[in-house]
Design a protein around this ligand. Structure first.
Ligand SMILES: *Cc1c(COP(=O)(O)O)cnc(C)c1O
Length: 400
């Protein structure tokens, strides 16, 4: 087994971050994954690829996103808090940083057809968007139950020209959609690229997606230098579902021991309630979606159905990078309950005039637990905007 770099948590050539990662895939998928594995670094480092990617990030996504000093929130917690405004990205969250990169990669690989799976529909919308941009066919697999629950995102994908295919097996949710997408990929090995939406899946996806999202921390360093005269915050906070916004926010700080990395998972009704998605607290080593990581599972290896009020965090695993950051102690993992995340989202709305995504509410909920002082410089990755969560927020207002 490979054990290098556990402290820095950078992947080796087989995609292992310490004990975690790798590619555990059915043999029939091997050619597809192997093509990606052997070509992604060379393509991403190519000068013309970089130019095309940076131009789209600038003109289409709207980067760089601001690093905003949150005056009233800072006063509330007696420290200096900056918000990295991924909510201002086109389509309303960080996910587009990855889909723009992957669509350019798919073009370089000569692919004509794009598939994706989606739970709440956020990644599906970000994928349908870049397929429309490039004129590529787009098929999004989505659990039948999720299609019923997430009608506005289904409508967005269809308006953008994507075909939304219901997954009707099992629990009719995300994991069934993932199975359908993998089946499709096996049946279309030469013309199809599968766009995975977080730092999960078989190698090279966790590294590929982390590289595309790393623009977040690259910008943070530059912007903090302009504002504070130093590139290094004392703390970086991000919520973790699969872990892509956190991976992007942490990426260029992992090798800086002075920077505390704080990942916040969804505790749902409470870590011990049986209705939670706090993977590092409840999980054990296992294989999920093609890589070895920490997984919420029963003693005999059945994946446990997770729960979070926020669809983007409702996932029973975390990417292998985060498993390594957790196990090595490089990042601190906390969790916030549904109620704590809701309260934090309302607090940010009322102190800053910014309605965050419910996912990001979890990151904000950790602020009071960090013992922050006046001399700290904290960056919260504001992963997305809250428009999609309005129904949940309305429910909250009628409850209290
Ligand atoms: C999807 C999503 C997340 C969770 O996904 P990660 O891969 O963990 O970043 C967090 N915030 C928002 C706004 C999302 O849409």
């Amino acid at each position: 087994m490979n054990e290098p770099n556990i402290a820095s948590c950078s992947p080796d050539s087989e995609g292992y971050y310490g004990r975690f990662g790798g590619a555990y895939i059915p043999e029939m998928l091997f050619p597809n994954v192997e093509e990606l594995r052997t070509r992604y670094v060379e393509i991403l480092e190519d000068e013309s690829f970089r130019r095309d990617y940076e131009l789209l990030l600038h003109d289409y996504v709207g980067r760089p996103t601001p690093l905003y000093f949150a005056t009233r929130l800072s006063r509330r917690y007696g420290t200096r808090i900056y918000l990295k405004r991924e909510d201002l990205c086109h389509t309303g969250a960080h996910k587009i940083n990855n889909t723009v990169g992957q669509i350019l990669l798919a073009q370089r690989l000569g692919k004509k057809r794009i598939i994706a799976e989606t739970g709440a529909g956020q990644h599906g919308v970000a994928t349908a968007t870049v397929c429309a941009l490039m004129g590529l066919e787009c098929i999004v697999y989505m659990g039948e139950k999720d299609i019923a629950r997430q009608a506005p995102n289904v409508a967005r994908m269809r308006m953008l020209g994507a075909t939304v295919v219901p997954a009707t097996s099992g629990s009719k949710t995300l994991k069934d959609a993932t199975n359908e997408a993998i089946r499709d990929w096996i049946n279309h090995p030469s013309d199809t690229h599968y766009i995975i939406g977080s730092v999960v899946g078989p190698h090279p996806y966790p590294d590929l997606v982390a590289r595309f999202q790393s623009v977040i921390s690259a910008e943070m360093r530059k912007q903090l230098k302009e504002k504070e005269g130093t590139e290094l915050p004392t703390h970086v906070l991000a919520c973790v579902g699969g872990g892509s916004n956190a991976a992007g926010a942490f990426y260029h700080f992992i090798g800086e021991p002075a920077v505390q990395l704080v990942a916040v998972e969804a505790a749902g009704h409470g870590v011990e309630s049986g209705r939670s998605a706090a993977t590092t607290q409840l999980g054990t080593m296992g294989i999920l979606h093609g890589s070895r990581s920490i997984v919420m599972q029963t003693a005999d290896g059945q994946v446990v159905e997770p729960h979070s009020i926020s669809a983007g965090l409702d996932y029973p695993g975390i990417g292998p990078l985060h498993a390594c950051l957790f196990e090595s102690g490089r990042a601190r993992f906390l969790s916030a309950t549904d109620d704590e995340a809701l309260d934090a989202a309302f607090e940010v709305a009322r102190l800053e005039g910014i309605i965050p995504a419910l996912e990001t509410g979890h990151a904000f909920a950790a602020l009071p637990r960090l013992g922050l002082t006046e001399s700290d410089r904290v960056i919260v990755c504001l992963s997305g905007r809250g428009d999609k969560d309005l129904a949940t927020y309305m429910q909250r207002m009628s409850d209290v």
